[in-house]
Design a protein around this ligand. Sequence first.
Ligand code: C2E
Ligand code: MG
Ligand code: MG
Length: 379
Amino acid sequence: MDDVTRRKSDKNPSEDIPSPLPGAEPEAADYVVSHLEEAIEKGWIRVFYQPLIRSISGELCGMEALARWDDPERGLLTPAVFIPPLEKKQKIWKLDLCVIRQAVEELAGRKSSGKPMIPVSINLSRSDFLCCDIFREIEDIVRRNGVDWSLIHIEMTESAVNPDAEAEFKTLDRFKEAGYELWMDDFGRGCSSLNLLKEYAFDVLKLDMEFLRRETKRSRSIVQSIIRMNKGIGHQVLSEGVENREQVEFLRKSGCDMLQGYYFGCPMPLEKMLDCCAARGIAIESRKQRACWSALRNIDFLMDVPLALLVCENKTFRLPFVSDRAMDLLGEDTTREELEKWINDPQDTAGAELFRAVESAIRTGDSGEICCSRGDRPL
Ligand code: C2E
Ligand code: MG
Ligand code: MG
């Protein structure tokens, strides 16, 4: 996100993040380039984390590591100040490795104290691929700290990947083969995003936050079409820049898998971010849940038939999602909670029928059809 984007947003709660001094940009650029090594050595580079929320469950499913430069004289500098000059001078790889090291060490610390693990996504720049063997460097850090590869997600914008550079694709393949997830950042911001999708299978596509700015019927249709297209090719979709409840509802109904934005929290130091999530009742997603929800990547929530998602745990059903069309079919007076109560009612045959169907589907891997009714209404 550049400065212009930040100024456009009228709701930025990160008061502790000052804007760069007006008119000081060229001087600030020289400063960061000449002080990078000192900043790394003296611990001025800090990692802030922004929560990523699973839209279907409302749980914390990951966090994005975002660099901050905590300068003893200049205060807290944002990426808009230091990333572009470091990219231009091809020094960004040093900062990126510093961020990755800290993020992986924080994960390793959680592991050794038995705390739940949270996947972390890290940002890479184009010159990372050119200036060092970025795969080997990251692999060394991850191995040394004994962290599971699947917990590390590599985010790249389309500008980070040159679709004509065979070597870059080879590096991406090495990450994929080793078990890292590859995420495409800021999808839709540039003009070659679709081309890149054709060339490479990403695990997650992050929809650029501009799609949620100045929302119109048209922009919402575009968002839904992008989500549907990605479901078709098996990508999960994360929407960036979520700032209000209406956007959460819209994205959830559209089948957007994950959400990120100031509505859930701005980037913060790890413990503060976790405290904020806990204070809002946001639980950390377990590995088992992660695997289960990832399977939704192929389900089109906007399909033309009534749709409900049924989760069966310890012989109890939950309905995390019921589409508007399905609710219409069930009648205006029905709520999701009532429906859940009904299918779990031991006195009713519908629940038993459903349970048998679920068991048989798991056993055989087949899909099937069952019919039951509630009063005079079909289910
Ligand atoms: P990004 O990877 O797309 O990160 C998301 C940016 O959007 C973050 O800005 C975050 O603070 C901001 N943001 C999150 N939610 C909202 C929201 O609801 N509304 C608005 N208006 N903004 C929101 P940040 O931290 O300033 O980072 C800016 C960019 O700098 C990042 O964009 C990423 O491209 C780059 N960056 C940050 N850290 C690193 C790093 O360690 N390495 C590299 N190579 N790039 C980094
Ligand atoms: Mg990013
Ligand atoms: Mg982004």
